[in-house]
Design a binder for this molecule. Sequence first.
Ligand SMILES: Cc1cc2nc3c(=O)[nH]c(=O)nc-3n(C[C@H](O)[C@H](O)[C@H](O)COP(=O)(O)O)c2cc1C
Length: 209
Amino acid sequence: MTTAERLNTIPLGEAMFTQRAIRRFKPDPIPDDVLDDIMQATIRAPNGGNNQQWHFILVKDAGMRGKLAELYHEAWWAKRADAGIMGPEDIPPGKSSMRSAMRLANEIGVAPVMVLVCATAKGAQAMGSVIPSAQNMLLAARAFGVGGTIATLHPVVEERVHQLFGIPEEAQVVYCMPLGYPRGEFGPVQRLPLAEVCGVDGWGGGYPG
Ligand SMILES: Cc1cc2nc3c(=O)[nH]c(=O)nc-3n(C[C@H](O)[C@H](O)[C@H](O)COP(=O)(O)O)c2cc1C
């Protein structure tokens, strides 16, 4: 069987409609062959000029994950501090996704794999070119019952992350993505109605035309 065939565990539509952010993980390892299939799908993503200016670091070693988890925690709170949120008590009551993101910041080290999705150059163009690979990764993971989420670091930890993983100076870490078997369920994502975010022949309103 090919990777493409092994990915056909569930219909594409089901994968797309139930691939919500998974932030709580069982510590169970992801078998290497499953991880390989996920990464084979990841590098099939569209990218600028097919220059494939990306590099992926699979952080599997428990000690390395622990170090990255600490840096992720620091980065998460640095992002919140930038927005004036200095502690859990400052998180507005309605912000449930921020609360679960906060929990991820505490628990990310439980995930058996953390993937550093990198661009081989700095700047927005290089960054934009690796972004589709993250969605391929999550959809492929979903097919195997593996969950995860896109997550970002913060400049405050950049130098230490580069040093820890030998990332060249000219490269950048775009995402830090935990992957693992979910504690909890995949499920439908909640989005605004399409008519609120889609126009026909111009910005706003009018959908479906
Ligand atoms: C660019 C980007 C950055 C994100 N950063 C984080 C993050 O740092 N931590 C986190 O827990 N989730 C992060 N997410 C996941 C979003 O919070 C999540 O996709 C959104 O809340 C919708 O949730 P759902 O996909 O489960 O419906 C990020 C998503 C994107 C696209």
